[in-house]
Design a binder for this molecule. Structure first.
Ligand SMILES: Cc1cc2nc3c(=O)[nH]c(=O)nc-3n(C[C@H](O)[C@H](O)[C@H](O)COP(=O)(O)OP(=O)(O)OC[C@H]3O[C@@H](n4cnc5c(N)ncnc54)[C@H](O)[C@@H]3O)c2cc1C
Ligand code: FES
Length: 279
């Protein structure tokens, strides 16, 4: 970052552009419970912004037009469609409830981005593109999976997705994965949170990389599973995870994402840096 500052003649670079964008489509996601609502939405953004949102781990910040920046919600870009981006959002807390109103009533949102730190760990493009990758996706974190799947499938890598409904209660990426020709299986709700099934899959398949798209608890459970596998002196796949941090600016300014002294929104964390996942 300091090198960039020096190259720019010691001038602070402007942050990401903020644009006011039209919401072109909103579809409620069918859920088995009605304790909160979730939606799929399409937002019209300039082609240049959409193009940069195709990389695995891409996300944007969304907030209502009239809201302060503190209301920014990091949201994964599932897909770039025509002149826009496709997102999925579950509306549970204050920020996402304000966003729900902007999507449904105002029909416009302030978009800031793109950012790419939504995928952490072993995320070098070459590691993603080659060999066999297993993605374990649950709940709303499924939204981060389509760009990963598209990236791997387009480069000839092998991908399997084990998808579970989680607290969201539904699997909504099956259609996209089918279109991409990715292999996927829906995991039913299970007492052991499907850890037995996942363990069998890891030990029987020759996976080079495991991606956890879920909660921090899921990341921890998979890390523990990989540790157990390593104790048996078997080859251990590398590990990547979808960021679970609280973020407001995603520019390294506000500190909302601080973990173990790092600004997690700007950090590129290696898979060996797992301390924060265990707190
Ligand atoms: C890189 C990145 C990408 C993300 N992508 C997406 C995305 O594509 N779609 C999406 O919906 N979210 C996504 N999130 C998460 C989303 O940004 C947060 O859920 C949101 O900022 C929470 O703000 P809030 O004020 O609405 O809820 P908060 O009150 O801050 O809630 C915090 C957490 O608690 C959960 N929660 C809230 N209420 C309850 C409850 N009653 N019971 C149990 N849990 C509860 C929320 O789901 C959230 O995980 C992403 C986060 C990151 C960091
Ligand atoms: S989200 Fe503001 S510093 Fe990271």
């Amino acid at each position: 970052m300091f090198a960039e500052f020096e190259r720019a003649g010691k001038q602070v670079k402007p942050g990401r552009e903020q644009i006011l964008a039209q919401v072109t489509e909103v579809t409620p996601l069918a859920r088995p419970r009605d304790d909160y609502k979730a939606y799929l939405a399409e937002i019209a953004v300039p082609p240049n912004l959409a193009r940069w949102c195709t990389l695995p781990g891409s996300f944007v910040l969304l907030r209502p037009e009239s809201a302060r920046e503190a209301f920014n919600v990091p949201i994964s870009v599932m897909d770039t469609a025509g002149r826009g981006i496709r997102i999925a959002v579950e509306c549970r807390g204050p920020k996402t409830t304000a966003l729900e109103k902007a999507l449904l009533k105002d029909g416009k949102v302030t978009v800031t981005g793109p950012f790419w730190s939504g995928l952490q760990g072993c995320t070098h493009p070459a590691d993603l593109a080659h060999g066999n990758t297993l993605v374990v996706a649950k709940g709303m974190a499924q939204a981060a999976v389509p760009p990963i799947a598209r990236y791997i499938c387009a480069r000839g890598g092998n991908l399997k997705v084990l998808a579970g409904p989680g607290t969201l209660g539904t699997v909504f990426i099956g259609g996209i994965l089918e279109e991409l020709g990715a292999s996927f299986e829906i995991m039913p709700k299970a007492h052991d949170r499907n850890l037995g099934r996942i363990s069998d899959e890891i030990t029987s398949g020759s996976y080079g990389l495991i991606v956890s798209a879920g909660s921090k608890l899921q990341h921890q459970a998979l890390i523990n599973l990989l540790r157990k596998i390593s104790e048996g002196n078997r080859p251990v796949p590398r590990f990547a995870w979808i960021s679970h941090l609280t973020m407001v600016c995603a520019e390294g300014i506000c500190g909302a994402c601080l973990l173990a002294g790092f600004r997690g929104c700007k950090a590129r964390l290696d898979e060996s840096f797992q301390a924060h996942l265990l707190h």
